[in-house]
Design a binder for this molecule. Structure first.
Ligand SMILES: Nc1ncnc2c1ncn2[C@@H]1O[C@H](COP(=O)(O)OP(=O)(O)OP(=O)(O)O)[C@@H](O)[C@H]1O
Ligand SMILES: [Mg+2]
Length: 363
């Protein structure tokens, strides 16, 4: 087992940087998740660590060894690819055993290891089949099993659950977490799914346009996003981000509504140029007032545009009349309302975020 250290890693294709100046260090036995939108460079970064992409600039260490020039097969890492390339001519059992056979381990040890891994992933009944006789989800579990069977120094997993149905994905996700707790192999896991990132990671690395946006525990990133990209990416439904103007201790929103700001925010906003900023609030921090208050000082008046029942709660997509202010809020599943209804809502003043309109950075 080993730590993985990236020092200013850049990977360019022609003059386009898929990964730009990325630095972080995954400690031995940790579970880190790389997350970000499609095309942000997640797979490229993982393939770089695996040795499948050359490094344009920077240094990569596995354990304490500089591995820039070490070929993939000598890095003792196991990668599960986004498209889970299995060996089509080999049975499931032989796919699982492949890495162990390459290492010339003895037969009975290989057989028992294959059975153990197959049992933990619930694919024991498929051992004699060929990959083309499996569903996408089953193939994906075989690919995962093949990596697990090898017990490498480092696991690199590229969206390993993306082809599973919801139930199986939740089960396999829990399985992976338990497996990691049991064997403690250093793991770097790529996903664009923020729920997976939040539930699995010791630390999350948020990427956008090939660059690191923020690194931290799921809780820290959720509570203190460093910029609007991170704020909008983690959380479902996402944070509302509304254009606002600062005036006399209040945030003016839409045509002519406003909410008060606490002293910390007022202090930070005093320095901004042009008085324009972006106000962030998560849907769960907006409360619906039961009584129909008049245009109360500290409330906003909105209109229901769309209702989305989510089971345990209902998502209300609301708009402010006469302006194009749109925001999402949550209410209980029994809430009775319909399109066009008027709402009075209150923002929790302690849960507001403010961002610079130009740079997107948290203020
Ligand atoms: N071999 C290549 N040649 C040129 N450009 C490439 C190559 N591989 C990747 N790219 C580009 O690099 C960027 C990052 O791609 P990458 O596959 O790492 O994204 P990703 O974050 O894994 O996305 P997804 O979530 O869709 O899998 C993209 O803009 C992609 O088009
Ligand atoms: Mg990818």
């Amino acid at each position: 087992m080993a730590q993985v250290s990236l020092q200013k890693i850049t990977r360019q294709f022609g003059n386009v940087s898929a990964v730009e100046n990325v630095t972080f260090e995954v400690p031995d036995r940790a579970f880190w998740v790389l997350v970000g939108p499609s095309g942000c460079g997640k797979s490229t970064l993982l393939r770089t660590i695996a040795g499948l992409e050359t490094i344009t600039r920077g240094e990569l260490y596995i354990g304490n060894k500089l591995v820039n020039d070490v070929p993939a097969r000598q890095r003792d890492v196991a990668m599960v690819f986004q498209n889970y390339a299995l060996y089509p001519h080999l049975s499931v059992a032989d796919n699982l055993a492949f890495g162990l056979k390459m290492r010339r381990e003895n037969r009975s040890q290989i057989a028992s290891r294959v059975r153990e891994v197959a049992r933990s992933l619930d694919i024991e009944h498929l051992l004699l089949r060929k990959p083309k006789q499996l569903s996408g989800g089953q193939q994906q579990r075989v690919a995962l099993g093949r990596a697990i069977a090898r017990q490498p120094q480092v696991f690199l997993l590229d969206e390993p659950l993306s082809n599973l149905d919801t139930q199986l994905r939740d089960d396999t996700r829990a399985e992976l977490k338990q497996l990691h707790q049991r064997v403690g192999i250093t793991t770097i896991y790529v996903t664009h799914d923020q729920v997976e990132a939040m539930t699995l990671a010791d630390r999350i690395v948020v990427l956008n346009n090939g660059r690191v946006q923020q690194i931290g525990t799921p809780q820290a990133i959720y509570a203190n996003p460093l910029n609007m990209m991170v704020a909008g990416f983690l959380g479902n439904p996402p944070m509302n981000i509304l254009p606002a103007t600062y005036d006399d201790g209040r945030a003016i929103l839409g045509k002519n509504q406003s909410i008060p700001l606490n002293s910390t925010l007022k202090h930070r906003l005093q320095q901004i140029q042009g008085k324009k900023f972006e106000l962030g609030i998560r849907p769960e921090h907006i409360t619906l007032e039961r009584s129909q208050l008049e245009d109360g000082d500290n409330c906003l008046i909105l209109e229901v545009d769309l209702l989305e029942p989510l089971g345990r709660e209902t998502l209300i997509k609301a708009i402010a009349p006469e302006s194009n202010l749109r925001l999402n809020l949550l209410t209980d599943a029994y809430w009775q309302g319909k399109k066009g209804d008027r709402l009075t809502v209150r923002f929790d003043p302690e849960k507001l975020f403010i961002f610079d309109s130009n740079s997107g950075m948290a203020l």
